[in-house]
Design a protein around this ligand. Structure first.
Ligand SMILES: NC(=O)c1ccc[n+]([C@@H]2O[C@H](COP(=O)([O-])OP(=O)(O)OC[C@H]3O[C@@H](n4cnc5c(N)ncnc54)[C@H](OP(=O)(O)O)[C@@H]3O)[C@@H](O)[C@H]2O)c1
Length: 262
């Protein structure tokens, strides 16, 4: 039986581009997301183009019971997962206290809890088997607070810190952990977060999901700890360290507010 890479959020954007880049390198895949039709046609296409085994599982990862079902099924199947890509995630924008709590809770369930649970279950399995690799998708947002996207920015800070911690903990067990921190990337992300991406469209910061995926698969081969595609995004990620926190909050808040719909 082949050994699989399980990729969450593989029905579009960065997850889809990572799935394609990995299939191109001969990696068998298990794709996870909510949209059955999209997953089915992507699995079929990747299997045909690259001659690899591509399975898919429909799961709303923000629903703990569905996630339990997925983990149970994976365990029962005996399929070995050699790579876990925790990519599924979304953002929300606007004043935190004005948002529907259900949406903010869903964000925490998906961006934080599902990711942590998958790291715990599959990372634990990898450690017992003596090896594996985990890639968690954070963001350049992980390096600073983000007023008017406070919950999203905080969720990505969690992903960055959890990943760095697990990298040290799991190293003696032969499990490699990396964290991907993309900058603005052309995908459904902005529409789903209720942000106007038009201002960023011409920006040199904006990358395609395929560019992000290519940088990522190369960095994974080198077992890089923190992967930030593009030198401009690396500058963006490290710049908050240069100034005082009040200035970082002020600038981040102004940038995010300017992208809110009027
Ligand atoms: N685009 C950017 O500028 C950017 C920048 C930095 C970081 N990121 C991060 O990159 C990751 C991928 O985002 P993207 O830009 O590729 O956006 P995207 O195109 O909207 O992709 C999000 C993926 O997550 C899946 N997903 C969403 N909710 C889900 C749920 N409840 N259960 C299971 N799957 C779910 C979606 O599939 P279904 O709808 O089929 O479920 C989709 O495949 C996210 O973690 C995001 O925070 C994006």
């Amino acid at each position: 039986m082949p050994r699989y890479a399980l990729i969450t959020g593989a029905s579009s954007g960065i997850g889809l581009a990572l799935a394609e880049a990995m299939a191109r390198r001969g990696q068998a895949l298990i794709l996870v997301a909510r949209q059955r039709d999209a997953l089915e046609s992507i699995a079929c296409e990747l299997a045909q183009r690259f001659g690899v085994d591509v399975l898919f599982r429909v799961c709303d990862l923000s629903e703990p019971l569905q996630l339990s079902g997925l983990l149970h099924e994976l365990e029962q199947s005996g399929r070995q997962i050699e790579m876990l890509v925790n990519n599924a995630g979304f953002g929300n924008s606007g004043e935190f206290v004005e948002q529907d709590w259900s949406r903010e809770q869903e964000l925490i369930e998906l961006n934080i809890l599902a990711l942590a649970r998958l790291c715990h279950a599959i990372g634990g399995q990898m450690a017992r088997n003596g090896g594996g690799q985990i890639l968690n998708v954070a963001s350049v947002a992980a390096f600073q607070p983000g007023p008017w996207m406070s919950n999203y920015y905080a969720s990505k800070a969690y992903v960055l810190h959890l990943s760095e911690g697990l990298r040290a903990e799991l190293k003696p067990h032969g499990v490699k952990v990396s964290v991907l921190c993309p900058g603005p990337t052309r995908s459904a992300f902005f529409r789903n977060a209720n942000l106007e991406a038009r201002r960023l469209d011409g920006s040199k910061l904006m990358m395609s999901p395929e560019e992000v995926a290519l940088v990522t698969v190369k960095a994974l081969q080198r077992n890089k700890a923190i992967i930030i595609p593009g030198w401009r995004n690396r500058l963006l990620a490290w710049s908050p360290r240069m100034g005082p926190r009040w200035l970082v909050r002020l600038i981040a808040g102004r940038v995010i507010r300017s992208a809110l719909p009027r």
